[in-house]
Design a protein around this ligand. Sequence first.
Ligand SMILES: [Zn+2]
Length: 409
Amino acid sequence: MECRHCGHNLVHSFADLGSAPPSNSYLSEERLNDAETWYRLNVLVCDKCWLVQTDDYVASEEMFSDDYAYYSSFSSSWVNHAKNYVDLIVQKLGLNENSNVVEIAANDGYLLQFVKGKNIPCYGIEPTTGTANEAKKRGIEIVENFFTEKLAYELVANEKSADLIIANNVLAHVPDINDFLKAFKALLKPNGTATFEFPYLVNLVDNIQFDTIYHEHFSYLSLTSLTIIFKNNGLHIYDIEYLSTHGGSLRVYAKNQKYSKSNNESLLLRTAKENETNLGLNDLNYYFGFIKKIEKVKNNLLKFLINAKENKEKVIGYGAAAKGNTLINYSGIKSDLIKFIVDKNPNKQNKFMPGSKIPILHPSSITEYKPDYILILPWNLSDEIINEVKSEYYSEAKFITAIPELIIK
Ligand SMILES: [Zn+2]
C-alpha cells in the first residue's frame, strides 16, 4: 500500500491488531446471526513523511451509514469542552455578528449551539443524517455532505467562506487527507483560521492508547508529520495548544500559507516540534516496539477477567464506545468474561457489540445485576462515569481501567 499523503511505499508496521469489524457497526437482535465483515487492522508508518496510518480502507458509506450511532451531546464533558473552546476562540479571533464560522463534522450541533448562542453566523457540514437532523432541530444550518475540495469551492461560490473553520476529532477520520486539507485552504477567507483537534500520537505511544486504533481512524498524528502534510497542501501551522481530551490531544491553528508568514510560529509550537525531534519521531525506532506494550495490556486484562470468573465475581463493562470494541476484539473477550456493557445512548441499547456480540443495556441494569467490577471502556471519561454510577445506579462495585495499565479502584 502507498502512503495516503506522499504515495511512498509503506512497509513498516507500527501496531498490528489483526482484524476487526467496523467499530460502530452495532448489531440489532435480528442481525445477530448474520455474517460480519472483518477488515484488516494494521497500522503502518511512512518513513518519508512520518504519517502513521491504517493499511486498509473500509468504504465510508459503510462506516457512516444512517445508523452510525455516535451523538456528541451524550457526553456532558465533551459538550463542556465545546463550550469552553467557543468562549476562547471567539475572544482570540475577535469573532462577531459579521463573521462566519463553519464546523466540519458538526454532529448533532453540540458545539455550534454555543456559536449560535453568541449571535455569530455559522453552519455545519455533516454527512450523517441522524445527527444532522438533531442539529437542525437546534436551528443550526447543516450542509449534509462530506467535506471535500469540490464542496468547498461550491460553498465559496455561494458566499459561504469562513473566518473560522473548526475540525474537532475529524482530521484523523478522513481517508483522503490531502483533498480534505485543500478544502480548508479553499474555504478560508484570506485572514481566516482553521483549528484542528486530534488525539496526539505522542500520548498514544506514551500511554499505550492502542484502543484509539480502529478503522474509522485512518491517521495517527504528530507535528512531525503534520508540518509536512499541511505545507504540501497550502496550509501553515502557526500555533498549538495541548488538551486533556481523549487522553491527550493537540489543537493546531492554521492559516492559508499564502497569507501567513512562515516565521510566524508560537514559542509553544517551536518547543513542541523540538520535543518531537528529541523523542525521535523522525526515526523508525520510535515506532517499533509499541506492539510489545500493547500485548502486555491485553495479557493483564485477560488474566484479571479469567481470575474474576474463577472466583465467581461478576464483571460488566461501561461505555459501548469504538475504543471499547478495539480492546475487546483484540483481546478476544466475549460475554463469558464480560456479561454485558451499559451505555447511556438509547441508539445503542438492546444492540450488540460488533465482533464480540456482547449485549448493550441501559445503565439501570447495573442496579439490578449488582456487578463486583465495572470495566470502564472510555477511560478518558472515567471520573464522570464513576460519579454517575455511584450516585445513580450502584455504589458497591469496583471500577477497572485497562489502559495504560490495569487499575482497580
Ligand atoms: Zn508518506
